[in-house]
Design a protein around this ligand. Structure first.
Ligand code: GGG
Length: 369
């Protein structure tokens, strides 16, 4: 008797392209995920939703339907493009009406944002002696706290339109919230090169930030194998530019993590390739995977956006779903397409003139090869 093959586990994935170039890079992300599914025998079931974008807002007066939590809560993962179309909706309305709701409701408290200098991509930075960085020499992982901190939206306005106009907004840090993201970052540092850098501004923001610093020191006691640096955010941004190769895992609050995770991929050539994973590490809720870049209204509609941030985010999603081999193969396919002399098309941010779909197709082909 021959044993029947064990069926691949089904992964249900909610697809939300969103706004602007999100709708252009998403098809390339899906193209590569489908190529990975066929190569590794994965059963990925995609369902696309048309909310979390300005056309939906124009029709319904809200970014999301009232039952969005029920709709999305049963998926294994959410694959997201970009949100924001300031010409139509104020950015804080679109962001708070969609992405930030997902992060909070699904307790995606870790935002993981790798930045690595890839072969064939030129860093705008050079060493003090003028030599360029080689591929892999800049390789950091930004761990951004993703559900509290400066993004709490607690506050308000008074006496609007008068001379007494007043606005106030709070930062909230909880011991539970800070410790869990720090623990995640220390664990990652232990599995990488054993160095963790923490960013605050505790001389100026003298209540919440020293608290974060204290929790870093308390957590460090349990990780004697991890070397810890603590910097003020201002000088840290200077070090990112002057010595980006010094950093391994960098952990920061919601706002500082957001800023550093745009700066880090800029140090590695282009934000167009930067991926991110909004994780609920306990897997009680779906995690969300999206490029670091936003909807980029300045280039939207021209078909020239770099799809690699979206594609690499798909690789992070497969890794989180238990398919490390598929993740590694996608990253290798990205590297093969980018490699000097590969002949693969390059989008304008990479110095070429190719379109989004040209590069997406080249990566899908490299994955099949
Ligand atoms: N794909 C990411 C995206 O659309 N980002 C828009 C944005 O402004 N995000 C701010 C944030 O991540 O806090």
């Amino acid at each position: 008797m021959t044993a029947s093959p064990i069926p691949a586990p089904v992964h249900r994935i909610a697809v939300i392209p969103g706004d602007g170039i999100g709708t252009e890079v998403m098809p390339e992300g899906l193209r590569v995920l489908e190529a990975a599914a066929s190569r590794f025998g994965l059963d990925l079931r995609f369902e696309t939703f048309d909310f979390a974008c300005w056309p939906y807002y124009e029709r319904h007066g809200a970014m999301l339907p009232p039952d969005w939590q029920d709709l999305l809560g049963g998926f294994d993962a959410i694959y997201f493009g970009a949100v924001g179309w300031p010409e139509k909706i104020p950015d804080h309305v679109s962001l708070w009406g969609s992405l930030l709701q997902f992060r909070r409701a699904f307790d995606q408290y870790v935002n993981l944002r790798p930045a690595r200098l890839m072969p064939g991509v030129r860093s705008p930075l050079v060493r003090a002696d003028g030599t360029p960085y080689a591929p892999g020499e800049i390789d950091m992982l930004i761990v951004r706290e993703n559900t509290e901190g400066e993004y709490c939206s607690i506050g308000g306005r008074m006496f609007e339109g008068t001379e007494r106009e007043l606005v106030v907004q709070e930062t909230v840090m909880t011991r539970h919230g800070v410790d869990r993201v720090l623990r995640f970052a220390f664990e990652r540092a232990r599995r990488r090169r054993g160095r963790l850098t923490s960013a605050t501004k505790s001389n100026g923001i003298a209540i919440t930030m020293p608290y974060w610093d204290e929790r870093v020191r308390a957590m460090a006691a349990g990780y004697p194998d991890v070397a810890v640096d603590q910097y003020h955010i201002d000088i840290l941004t200077a070090h990112f530019v002057q010595r980006p190769d010094r950093f391994d895992v960098v952990v920061a609050s919601n706002l500082f993590g957001d800023i550093l995770s745009d700066l880090a991929p800029a140090c590695t050539g282009t934000i167009g390739i930067a991926p991110s994973a909004n994780l609920n590490p306990e897997r009680r809720f779906p995690s969300l995977f999206e490029p670091v870049h936003g909807s980029a209204p300045d280039i939207a509609g021209r078909g020239i956006a770099n799809p690699i941030g979206q594609i690499w985010s798909g690789a992070l999603m497969l890794d989180f779903l238990g398919h490390r081999d598929a993740h590694d193969a996608i990253v290798r396919a990205i590297e093969a397409a980018l490699a000097p002399g590969s002949g693969a098309p390059r989008t304008p941010d990479l110095g070429g003139r190719a379109g989004t779909a040209d590069l997406g197709r080249a990566i899908a082909e490299a994955l099949r090869a």
